[in-house]
Design a protein around this ligand. Structure first.
Ligand code: ZN
Length: 84
């Protein structure tokens, strides 16, 4: 019996991350929306794409980063569905 894979060792971290559409990401870049790592969503306006440590409009913590930076840090993944 092979139970090795069920002991949690092979669970992929990315499965836990929030998924957004690529279209939503592009919109966030264009509109300078900031991603809050605590809220797991775009919550804040006027955040440069490469910013870090901005204050969240929603939870009031300094956990907001720019859309590009959030993608680079792997804070979210693309859902793979591009809707237009
Ligand atoms: Zn927040």
């Amino acid at each position: 019996m092979n139970t090795e894979a069920k002991n949690g060792k092979k669970v992929r971290r990315e499965d836990c991350r929030p998924k957004i559409s690529e279209r939503r990401y592009r919109e966030a870049c264009r509109e300078y929306e900031g991603w809050c790592t605590a809220c797991g969503d775009f919550t804040t306006c006027e955040v440069e794409p490469d910013a870090v440590g901005y204050r969240c409009d929603c939870c009031d913590e300094n956990t907001v980063m720019g859309a590009e930076e959030a993608l680079l840090c792997g804070e979210f993944i693309f859902s793979g569905m591009i809707e237009d």
